[in-house]
Design a protein around this ligand. Structure first.
Ligand code: ADP
Length: 896
C-alpha cells in the first residue's frame, strides 16, 4: 500500500496553496475596494443630497427671516399699534403687493379678536376670536417676532404658516400683527427644484415645521401631513427637530427604501428633508459594486479553469508518474487503473509523454535486473539450504534456464576414480548424450578442457561453422544445439568442474550474459565446494561423536540428561539397564518415570522417591544414596543431580549421575570390621596370655610342673593364634597389594590336608572324612599357603556347621585341574551372602558367626592364595551345608 503524500511532498497541494495565497488576497482586496468605492459613492450621493437640503434650508431660512423682519417692521407702525383700520388697509395692501408669498395680513387685539385683515374677502373673520391660537398664546410671552405651525387658514382657506409680531406698549400687550405665508409658495419652490430631477427617480423634497407637519412638499397633496404619525418619517423628524442634520436610509410607508437627507432651518425651527429611493440614489454605487463582483467572479472562474487545466495536464500526470516511480523497484503491483493512465500518458507527444516512456523503460530494466538478482539470491539460498550438491546444482541449472531462456545445460566434473570428466547434473539433454560425456583431461578437441585449462569462459557461437568443433558437430546436430558456452568453476577442495550452456540456434553470448552466468558458475562452485568440505568435516564429526557416544555409553555410571520440561533427552546404557527399559523408550519419557522405575527396586521405594524429589526440587547439586539389589547382590548407588549449562552459561537442562559407590561403602565397612574384629581377635589371646603369665609369675602360689606346663602351653597356643592373625593380615595385605609370591614345591595332597587338619582350631577330629582318588597326582604348590587354605576351610566347617556334623574333603582330577571340595552338613550360606563371604572382613551376620571367633579374613585369604596358584575358589550349590570348591592347575601356570 502506498503511503499518502503529506503536504510537503505533494507539488499539487503546494501549488494549490500558492494559487490560493494569490487568489484569496486578490479577491479580498477587490471586494474591499469595491465595497469602499461603493461606500464612497454612496457618501457622495448623501453629501450632494445633504447639500441640496442645506441650500433649500438656507433659502427658506432667508425667506423666513425676511418674513420675520417684515412683520417686525410692520409692528412698529403706529397705525398698526393703534389698530387704525383705514391706515392699516393701506399699509397691509402695500405689504401684500411687495410680498407675493403672503396671502393675508391681519391684526388681532389684545384679546385675540380679529380687528382687521387684508384682503378682507372672500370670507371675513373680523370679530372672530383667535386667542386660542398657539402663536397668540406664545405672543403673550415674547416681544420678538415668531412663526406659527403650519395650518389651514380659516380666512383664506389655504395652508399657511403665520409670522407673528407681538405688539407691546411698554408692558401692555396690544395684540398682534401677523402675515399668513402661503405654504403653497414654498411648495412651488420645492416643486420647481424637484422638477430638475427625473420624475422616475422618485425625488422628493419637503419642509417639516416644529410640530412635525409637512408644511411644504414637492407634492402639494401631502401638505400638513403629520410626519410623526409615520414611524419611517418619525425617524427623520425627531433628530431634525432637535436641530440635527444627517442622512439616513429607512423604509418609507410604502416599503420603499429611501435615502433621507435632512437639515434644520434655524430661524423657524423647521427642517428641510430631501428623499430619494436608494434604488435610484445609490444606483451608481451599487452598479459599480455589482460590476466589480462580476469581474471578480470572471477572474476566479478563469483562474479555476486555468488551474483545472494545469492540474489535468501537469499535476495529475506528475502524481501518476511519481506514484509509478515509487512503485518501481518495490514488490508492489500497479493497479489496472494506474496502468491505463500510464498508457494514456505514454501516448502524449509532449514532455510528460516522453518522461512516462522513459520511466516505463526504466521500470522494465529494473524489473529485469531484479529478476536477475532474485534468481541469484534464490540460487544463494539454494546453495546454503542443503548440502546435497546434486539438488543444489540442479536448482542452479533451473535458474540459469529461466533467466537466460536456454533449455539445455549441464555441470561437468572430474570423476577422480575414473579419471574422466562426467556430467554431475544436466537439464534438457538426452540421457544418451549425458551418459556418453566422458571427456579425457588430455582431449585436445574438448572446449570444456580448453576452458578449464585457461580458466576463462569459451563459447562456440555456431557449431556448424566453427572449425574447432568439427569433430563433435555430428553429436551436436543429433542433440539439437548450435551454440555452446563453457564456464570453468573455480574450486579448491572439489575436483575441477565446468558449467555448460547450450542453445538450439547460433548465438553469440553477450558480455552481460557471460557475467550473469559467471555468477551462477560461482554459486555452483560454492555448492560443490560446500559438499566436498562437508563430506570431510562430517566424517570427522561423526567419528568424534561416535567416540564420545561410545565413551559415555560404556561408563559404568549411569548418565541421564533431562530437558527443562522434565523429559529425558539423553541416557546411557547403564540407565537403560538400571531402569530395565530400552533407550528408545527412555528418550522423551518423563524423567520422574524413569527414575522411579530404578528406585522401585529399593527396599523403601516410596521414601526414596520422596527423598529424590526433595533433592531435585532444590536448585544446584544434590545427591542421595540408594541401595538396590543388582546382579544378585545389594549395591549402593549415589544419585547426583546437577545443572547442565552450555558454553555461554545458559541452562539447557539437568543431569543425573548414578554412580556405583558399593566399593566405597565396602571400604568403609571393611575399615570398621577391621577395627572391631582385629581388636577382638587380638584382645582375646592377649588376655589369656596375660592371665596365665600373671598366674605363673604370682609369688604366693607354688605351681606344680604339670600346671606350669599346661599354662605355658596355653600361652604358647594363644601366641600362635596371635601369630596366625598377624600372618593372615600380612597375607591379606600382600594379596591386596598384588605382591604375593608363591614358593612351589612338590607335595602330596593327602599329607598336606592332614597337616592342615592337625593345626586346625577347633580341630575337626574324626568329623573329617578325606576321600581322595588313588591316582591323585602330586602337586607343585606353595605348601604353606595351600595348608592355610585347607586349615581355613576345615576350621570354618568345624565352626559353622555345628558340632558333630561330618566334614568331607574330596578331590577329582580333571584334564587340566584338580578340583577339591570341602563340604559340611551345616546350615550352609544364605544365597544373598554367597558372593560377599569372599570379601575381606566380611562375616555373615547370624548367630553362628557371632558365637564363633574370626575376623572375616579366612575366605578372602584362601581366594587370594588359590588365585595366586592360577586356580579358582567358589561355593558350589549343595543340597545341605556349604561346599567350598577350588581348582588347582595340574601343570603349574606361570603367574606374572
Ligand atoms: P571367619 O571364619 O573368620 O569369620 P571367613 O572368611 O573364613 O571368616 O568366613 C566368612 C564367613 O563365612 C564366616 O563368618 C561365616 O559366617 C561364613 N562361613 C564360612 N564357612 C562357612 C561354613 N562352612 N558354613 C557356614 N558358614 C560359613
Amino acid at each position: 500500500m502506498l503511503k499518502k503524500l503529506s503536504f510537503r511532498q505533494d507539488l499539487g497541494i503546494k501549488l494549490t496553496l500558492l494559487y490560493l495565497l494569490f487568489l484569496v488576497p486578490v479577491v479580498a482586496a477587490t471586494l474591499l475596494m469595491a465595497k469602499n468605492t461603493q461606500n464612497r459613492l454612496e457618501e457622495d450621493v448623501r453629501a450632494s443630497d445633504l447639500a441640496l437640503a442645506r441650500s433649500i434650508a438656507q433659502e427658506t431660512n432667508f425667506t423666513m427671516k425676511s418674513a420675520l423682519h417684515s412683520i417686525q417692521a410692520l409692528g412698529e407702525f403706529p397705525e398698526v399699534l393703534e389698530a387704525e383700520i383705514a391706515s392699516m388697509e393701506t399699509l397691509f395692501s402695500t405689504v401684500m403687493s411687495a410680498r407675493l408669498d403672503i396671502n393675508l395680513v391681519y391684526r388681532l387685539d389684545a384679546q385675540g379678536t380679529m380687528v382687521f385683515h387684508y384682503p378682507s374677502g372672500p370670507g371675513s373673520t373680523i370679530g372672530h376670536d383667535f386667542s386660542f391660537r398657539e402663536y397668540f398664546i406664545q405672543a403673550l410671552e415674547t416681544k420678538f417676532p415668531l412663526i406659527s405651525k403650519g395650518r389651514i387658514s380659516p380666512t383664506t382657506n389655504q395652508a399657511v404658516a403665520t409670522t407673528v409680531m407681538p405688539l407691546w406698549d411698554n408692558d401692555q400687550f396690544l395684540g398682534v400683527v401677523a402675515t399668513n405665508i402661503k405654504l403653497e409658495t414654498l411648495s412651488q419652490t420645492l416643486e420647481r427644484i424637484s422638477q430638475e430631477y427625473d420624475p422616475l427617480e422618485g425625488f422628493q423634497v419637503f419642509i417639516i415645521d416644529s410640530s412635525g407637519q409637512i408644511i411644504a412638499h414637492s407634492n402639494p397633496n401631502l401638505l400638513l401631513m403629520q410626519t410623526l404619525d409615520y414611524p419611517s418619517l418619525a425617524k427623520i423628524t425627531e433628530p431634525l427637530l432637535y436641530g440635527l442634520s444627517d442622512t439616513i436610509v429607512a423604509m418609507d410607508e410604502n416599503g420603499v427604501e429611501q435615502l433621507y437627507s435632512f437639515v434644520p432651518i434655524s430661524s423657524s425651527g423647521w427642517g428641510v428633508v430631501v428623499s430619494r429611493p436608494t434604488v435610484t440614489s445609490f444606483a451608481t454605487a451599487r452598479a459599480f459594486y455589482r460590476d466589480a463582483l462580476i469581474a471578480l467572479l470572471v477572474f476566479v472562474v478563469i483562474g479555476t479553469i486555468f488551474w483545472a487545466g494545469l492540474r489535468m495536464l501537469v499535476f495529475s500526470p506528475l502524481g501518476t508518474l511519481s506514484t509509478y516511480s515509487r512503485i518501481i523497484g518495490k514488490e508492489e503491483i500497479i493497479t489496472e487503473k494506474q496502468q491505463d493512465s500510464l498508457n494514456a500518458l505514454a501516448l502524449r507527444p509532449d514532455q510528460v509523454g516522453h518522461l512516462t516512456r522513459s520511466l516505463i523503460n526504466m521500470e522494465e530494466a529494473i524489473a529485469a535486473r531484479f529478476n536477475e538478482l532474485a534468481t541469484l539470491l534464490q540460487t544463494s539460498a539454494a546453495v546454503v539450504s542443503t548440502l546435497d550438491s546434486k539438488t543444489v546444482l540442479n536448482r542452479i541449472l533451473e535458474q540459469v534456464e529461466r533467466l537466460l531462456n536456454v533449455e539445455m545445460s549441464a555441470i561437468i566434473a572430474l570423476n577422480e576414480k575414473q579419471g574422466t570428466y562426467q556430467a554431475q547434473t544436466s537439464r534438457g539433454l538426452s540421457q544418451d548424450y549425458v551418459a556418453k560425456i566422458g571427456i579425457i583431461p588430455s582431449d585436445p578437441h574438448s572446449i570444456t578442457m580448453r576452458a578449464l585449462r585457461c580458466g576463462e569462459p569459451i563459447q562456440i557461437s555456431d557449431t556448424e561453422t566453427n572449425p574447432s568443433y568439427a569433430s563433435r558437430r555430428h553429436r551436436a546436430r543429433i542433440e539439437g544445439f548450435r551454440s555452446v558456452l563453457v564456464l570453468p568453476l573455480k574450486t579448491q577442495y572439489a575436483p575441477p568442474s565446468a558449467l555448460l550452456v547450450f542453445r538450439p540456434d547460433p548465438h553469440k553470448f553477450t558480455i552481460q550474459e557471460i557475467d550473469l552466468l559467471s555468477n551462477f558458475a560461482n554459486h555452483a562452485a560454492m555448492a560443490i565446494e560446500n559438499a566436498a568440505l562437508y563430506t570431510r568435516s562430517d566424517v570427522q564429526l561423526q567419528e568424534q561423536t561416535r567416540r564420545l557416544e561410545a565413551l559415555i555409553q560404556s561408563l559404568h555410571d549411569g548418565i541421564i540428561l533431562e530437558s527443562k520440561d522434565g523429559r529425558v533427552v539423553y541416557a546411557n546404557r547403564r540407565i537403560s539397564a538400571l531402569a530395565n527399559l530400552p533407550i528408545t523408550e527412555i528418550i522423551g519419557n518423563k524423567i520422574n518415570k524413569v527414575l522411579n522405575r530404578i528406585l522401585q527396586k529399593t527396599s523403601e521405594p516410596q521414601k526414596t522417591q520422596e527423598k529424590l524429589q526433595l533433592a531435585r526440587d532444590t536448585q544446584g547439586e544434590h545427591a542421595i544414596e540408594i541401595s538396590l539389589p543388582l546382579e544378585g547382590r545389594p549395591r549402593w548407588l549415589r544419585l547426583q543431580t546437577f545443572n547442565v549449562n552450555d558454553n555461554r552459561g545458559v541452562s539447557i537442562g539437568r543431569g543425573q549421575l548414578l554412580q556405583d559407590i558399593t566399593a566405597d561403602r565396602e571400604l568403609d565397612r571393611m575399615k570398621s570390621n577391621l577395627i572391631s574384629s582385629v581388636s577382638h581377635e587380638l584382645r582375646t589371646p592377649l588376655a589369656s596370655i596375660k592371665g596365665y603369665a600373671t598366674t605363673l609369675l604370682a609369688d604366693d602360689v607354688e605351681w606344680d610342673s604339670k600346671s606350669q606346663h599346661e599354662f605355658l602351653s596355653i600361652i604358647s597356643d594363644e601366641a600362635d593364634r596371635l601369630s596366625n592373625l598377624v600372618n593372615e593380615l600380612l597375607d591379606l595385605s600382600r594379596i591386596e597389594a598384588g605382591n604375593l609370591t608363591v614358593k612351589r614345591q612338590i607335595c602330596e595332597l593327602g599329607d598336606l590336608i592332614k597337616k592342615a587338619a592337625q593345626r586346625a582350631e577347633p580341630a575337626p577330629g574324626d568329623r573329617l572324612h578325606i576321600n581322595l582318588p588313588a591316582d591323585l597326582p602330586k602337586l607343585e604348590v606353595d605348601e604353606r599357603r595351600i595348608k592355610v587354605v585347607f586349615r581355613n576351610l576345615i576350621e570354618n566347617a568345624a565352626k559353622y556347621a555345628g558340632e558333630g556334623t561330618p566334614i568331607h574333603i574330596t578331590a577329582t582330577v580333571e584334564e587340566k585341574d584338580i578340583i577339591i571340595r570341602v563340604r559340611d552338613e551345616g546350615p550352609g550360606i544364605p544365597d544373598d551372602e554367597k558372593q560377599r563371604i569372599f570379601e575381606s572382613f566380611y562375616r555373615v551376620d547370624n548367630g553362628l558367626a557371632r558365637t564363633a571367633s574370626g575376623a572375616g579374613l579366612g575366605l578372602a585369604i584362601c581366594q587370594g592364595f588359590i588365585q595366586a596358584h592360577g586356580g579358582k575358589l567358589w561355593l558350589e550349590s549343595s543340597p545341605q551345608g556349604a561346599c567350598f570348591t577350588f581348582s588347582l592347575p595340574r601343570i603349574p601356570i606361570k603367574i606374572s
